[in-house]
Design a binder for this molecule. Sequence first.
Ligand code: F0G
Length: 484
Amino acid sequence: MALELAEAHLRGLLSQLGLDAEYVRGEGDTLWWRTPSGDVPVVDYVGGYGSLVLGHNHPALVERARELLDQRVPVHAQFSYHPYANDLAAALNRVLWREFGVEEPYSAIFANTGAEGIEVALKHAEMDRVGRVARLRAEIEGHLASADPELAARAREHNEGRFDLPPVFLTLEGSFHGKLAGSVQLTHNEGYRVPFRGLAAQARFVAPTEVAKAVEAERVTVLDVVDGELVERDLPVVAAFFVEPVQGEGGIRVLEAEVAAEIRAAADAAGFPVVVDEVQSGVGRTGAFYAASHIGLLGDYIVLAKALGGGLAKSSVLLVRQSRYLPDFELLHSSTFAKDAFSCHLGLRVVDLLEAEDGAAYRRAAERGEALAAALRSVRDEFPTVVADVRGKGLMLGLEFHDQTGGTTAVAEFARQGLLGYVLAGYLLREHRIRVFPTASATHTLRFEPSIHITDEQIAQLVTGLRAACTALRDHDDPAILPA
Ligand code: F0G
């Protein structure tokens, strides 16, 4: 047997679950699975973890990619003028201005992946915070230099060490912002986060009902002397609040407008930026380009990734509103592959395709999303003891099962190991030619993120598979679900 060197351990697990299929062709929402008896079409509801809002190998994007290669467009010309990056930033701005009804420009820092875009946001927010701390410190030092020496001494004693406190990042419970050193600390799932907590600044995970309280709990003050009296000043310790408009990995949970408004108000009062993570929900999937536009949550920072590459390129971008943008950041941060011509040109074509015909693609995402949601709700209604909930927005949908960990069946044992969603994914692939996964931090929830071209027939195929899975779960029919 050939040596397995590329994540062989993971492949072993995939194989146990019946998920180690090799896909050899992709078009729209169909993947072809290579099996000993030929290539078998599979309906793909995983959608490249949300990066395929236009489907696999969209013809117009393939054509654009081919053009770029045929024209020998230099993919990498670092440290030169990149008009295509500017064009893409401008296109993203035009959509943003329209959807949020604002006029302020957002500056763009490009990156390569979702987590990298989040890390860029972390760095920019920390640079902003450090600047605010330094200005406050200088102002207080100025006051203390001419203040009553006794008061000044008391203030200095109280302030000792406080200006050097590390930053705190806030985010909601259930959040997922990536798996790199900094971003994984903003990812609620302890399994991913805790082993690496020594590597980066820590986040506080806030319950949606406790936003104001959580911000208040982080309040740190320093002492100043103003008009001959000791006064408390707020020290900027919180660097940013990160939030997904629709939580993806946390189980497909739509952020409520009231919670969004509370986050916005708390940030405005305390002076830290709101970072809206649209890595998964953005770029058209929810029925608008920016998912946060549905709830009127205008971020100071917005991060896009996944679908921005059209399924062919890897790219991400951090957008920062001009009034909070630090131009010097550009001299401190860079990446070899970021802002490359190939991904920028493709990103521009993605925006064009979504914006064409007065936004027909967004209307289609909303309409197809409603068709898929209705289908999922019909399964829930038929199996109320098996399916707990159907939720989401547009083509970002989740179906949550009731707890299946009770009992002595093998499926219950898998559920106790957090593998229920994966076992069902193996079943649906094997028996129904449906590719679907659970959300990784809430494995009782299957997620559905097909393209805007998903058809009624493909949805019907999913319903058939889900009904069979629910029947087997209801009847504790292990042999029906597990591989022979
Ligand atoms: N933010 C969100 C909201 C995400 O869903 C993800 C990735 C990231 C950041 C990190 O992006 O993988 O390109 O570095 N979500 C993947 C998923 C893992 O399963 O949907 P990345």
